[in-house]
Structure formats: structure tokens, C-alpha cells
Design a protein around this ligand. Structure first.
Ligand code: SF4
Ligand code: SF4
Length: 106
């Protein structure tokens, strides 16, 4: 079975993704500066995640069909910690008309 995230992407187009400035490339972190915007001295945000509707600038592909994170290895901690099959995951999926995931872990 292929991983459900590969045909989803709903969380990357539902929530603001804020993370510590220390994770940004400019401060020797991994998240590319071009994809992050400054919120304040200590906080950065993935570009596009505060748009209406939100969609992270790093997300490629077609939501609900086939997607990928363009910076998967360098993505910020909220993305690393987000769990497929969690309540938040299923809220995002519902928002985009996708069926809830049951069970897991994925
Ligand atoms: S974590 Fe959930 S909402 Fe995010 S891509 Fe995976 S299945 Fe979709
Ligand atoms: S950085 Fe990648 S995993 Fe995180 S919201 Fe953007 S596309 Fe999704």
C-alpha cells in the first residue's frame, strides 16, 4: 500500500505552518529561506500557508491525487511532527473532501 500522504497533501493546504527561526537556513537551519517568511525575530512561516485558501509554497502536485513536499528532507519540525491519521489530519482531509483515515500508524 502506498503511503496515504502521497495522494493527499491536505494538511499542507489547511494550516499555518510556523516554526522557530533557528530552523531557517539563514540561522544555519535547513528550511530554505526562499520558502519561509519572517513573522518576527524568533518565528518563521512557510510561504503560502497564511493565504486564503492556504497552500504551502513547497507543496507540488495535485491535492488529493498526487503530491510531494518539495523540501521533504529540509521541512520544518511542525511538518515532521504532524501525524497521518491524527484528528488534525482528518480535519484537513475533511476540509478537502477526502475520507478520514482510520487506524494507523501510517
Ligand atoms: S498527514 Fe494527513 S492530511 Fe497530511 S498529507 Fe498525510 S494524510 Fe493528508
Ligand atoms: S514544508 Fe512540505 S510538509 Fe510542510 S507544509 Fe510545506 S509542503 Fe507540507
Amino acid at each position: 500500500m502506498t503511503h496515504p500522504c502521497l495522494s493527499c497533501g491536505a494538511c499542507c493546504a489547511s494550516f499555518r505552518v510556523d516554526f522557530s527561526a533557528h530552523e531557517a537556513q539563514e540561522l544555519d537551519g535547513s528550511v530554505p529561506d526562499g520558502l519561509a517568511m519572517e513573522v518576527n525575530d524568533s518565528l518563521r512561516r512557510m510561504r503560502g500557508t497564511d493565504h486564503v485558501p492556504p497552500r504551502c509554497a513547497a507543496l507540488t502536485g495535485r491535492l488529493g491525487e498526487r503530491v510531494a513536499c518539495g523540501i521533504y528532507e529540509w521541512r520544518p519540525s511542525p511538518c515532521r511532527e504532524f501525524e497521518a491519521g491524527s484528528d488534525a489530519c482528518n480535519r484537513a482531509r475533511q476540509r478537502h473532501g477526502l475520507a478520514a483515515l482510520e487506524g494507523g500508524p501510517y
